[in-house]
Design a protein around this ligand. Structure first.
Ligand code: ACO
Length: 266
């Protein structure tokens, strides 16, 4: 899609990051669009994701993240491991030489591409088929919900490559599956397939590959059937629940409800 075509459809082209971005009313769709390289991700991908988050039109309520081709994403572009790196973006070799502050800044920028997907104002859905490896797995974990095809293969490969997962994936993984299972998945770098993903809470739903788009559409319709402001307030409550005591959470419920009642009946 050209920049002009993308803008006509309410989005903008993100060719440099290997992404497409489209907005259709309350629904935004981000498509990893480098199928021939199994949607491998680079720093440009993460910058493009962050820019989408910064410029997301206010009317958007649901953000779908999906990948073209047989794999959702094969993770970070393996050229990062070579001395030459990714043209214009460096390599792990050059990144390793950065002073601490510069490194933190660079990683922080990359993480911004993932963090906004959890905003209370939206619900993000990862539609995942085939491999979701490393950064691909973490991108799926950055979303609120994961609807997956029956050929899905999640793999946190970073430890096998001498790295740690650092694209915001460790917290949602532990929260979804628990510490023991997260240790098992990450420290073996093993593949988690569809049945297990569903059983341990990594996936909300598993469907045949050909039914993935329809399953996502159905979920979007369900999500959009609920009052928008109530949905935002409820997501805020749910997100805060783990870090609050029961008393604090009850109080937070009351505060949100008071605002709702005033908006509806005040
Ligand atoms: N980076 C760059 N190119 C990639 C990547 C990647 N991560 N993954 C696949 N490709 C390329 C291949 O080099 C190949 O390119 P070519 O056609 O020019 O030779 C093309 O995509 C297709 O890849 P195949 O391996 O032929 O596809 P297949 O379907 O057989 O296998 C699989 C898919 C399993 C995903 C395999 O490509 C793979 O293991 N990729 C690497 C996964 C990985 O280690 N990622 C890093 C994780 S760590 C992190 O993300 C921080």
């Amino acid at each position: 899609m050209t920049e002009a075509q993308a803008q006509q459809r309410g989005g903008f082209a993100e060719a440099d990051g290997g992404l497409r971005f489209e907005v259709d009313g309350e629904i935004a769709t981000i498509t990893l669009d480098r199928a021939e390289k199994r949607n491998a991700q680079t720093f440009a991908t993460w910058s493009a994701l962050a820019r989408i988050g910064e410029n997301l039109p206010e009317q958007v309520r649901v953000v779908v993240v999906k990948g073209e081709g047989p794999s959702f994403s094969a993770g970070i572009d393996l050229r990062m491991f070579t001395p030459e790196g990714v043209p214009g973006q460096g390599s792990f070799g050059s990144t390793a030489k950065l002073p601490n502050e510069r490194f933190e800044q660079r990683l922080g920028q990359a993480q911004q591409g993932f963090l906004w997907l959890r905003r209370p104002e939206i619900v993000s859905i990862a539609a995942v088929q085939g491999h979701a490896i490393g950064a691909g797995f973490q991108l799926a974990l950055a979303c609120d919900l994961r609807i997956v095809a029956d050929d899905v293969k999640f793999c946190m490969k970073e430890p096998a490559l001498g790295l740690v997962p650092d694209l915001t994936g460790t917290k949602p993984l532990v929260e979804l599956v628990g510490l023991a299972k997260a240790i098992d998945i990450c420290l073996t770098a093993r593949i988690v397939e569809a049945d297990e993903a569903l059983r341990i809470g990594l996936a909300e739903k598993v469907v045949a590959g050909g039914d993935l788009a329809k399953a996502v559409e159905d979920k979007i319709a369900e999500l959009l059937s609920v009052n928008r402001d109530a949905a935002v307030a409820t997501k805020r409550l749910l997100q805060g629940a783990r870090s609050r005591s029961l008393e604090e959470q009850s109080k937070a419920e009351g505060l949100e409800q008071a605002a709702r009642l005033r908006a509806l009946f005040g």
